[in-house]
Design a protein around this ligand. Structure first.
Ligand code: 5GP
Length: 147
């Protein structure tokens, strides 16, 4: 019988864990004691941001309540900044659990994508220009600071 409640093991060497440990560079949008938000390196639309908890957990199954709350509060901040910077209402919130769903990095994260479900680009395929990512991160960070 298939085990449907299996836990996805947490690998300390995943790319987001390395970011939290300061070993890998990223374009930061926001950080507080429980969360970090940064630009997705292979965006599905311009302005694609990832929000992660500082709790090291692979997916939603083991996300602790305090981190679940914190990651949503940070997502709200980021989404409001995206609305302001990109002058659009439509922002997709997406989150994948397990390889079968298409999850590729096994540290829990929320995707915030200024796009429509009907126009969404392909998942984790094409790298964006680093200077464009840096520029967008700066604009979003400023919008959060101004709020
Ligand atoms: P998942 O498939 O796990 O839901 O999403 C993982 C996301 O992480 C993808 O959208 C992918 O583009 C992004 N990603 C993968 N490697 C890196 C990286 O090294 N840096 C950043 N900033 N994003 C990454």
């Amino acid at each position: 019988m298939t085990e449907v409640n299996q836990k996805t093991a947490y690998d300390d060497n995943n790319i987001f864990a390395k970011m939290l440990d300061g070993d890998i560079p990223y374009h930061k949008v926001y950080e507080d004691d429980k969360t970090l938000a940064f630009m997705d390196i292979m965006p599905q639309a311009k302005g694609h941001v990832l929000v992660i908890p500082k709790q090291k957990t692979a997916d939603l199954a083991n996300l602790e309540p305090e981190y679940a709350a914190a990651v949503l509060m940070t997502s709200k901040k980021v989404m409001q900044a995206q609305r302001k910077v990109f002058e659009r209402e439509g922002i997709i919130q997406m989150q994948l659990n397990g390889a079968q769903s298409g999850q590729t990095v096994f540290h829990y994260h929320i995707h915030l994508i200024p796009s429509s479900i009907h126009e969404l680009g392909r998942h984790a395929v094409a790298q964006a220009d680093q200077s464009e990512l840096a520029n967008i991160a700066k604009q979003l960070a400023a919008a959060i600071n101004d709020a």
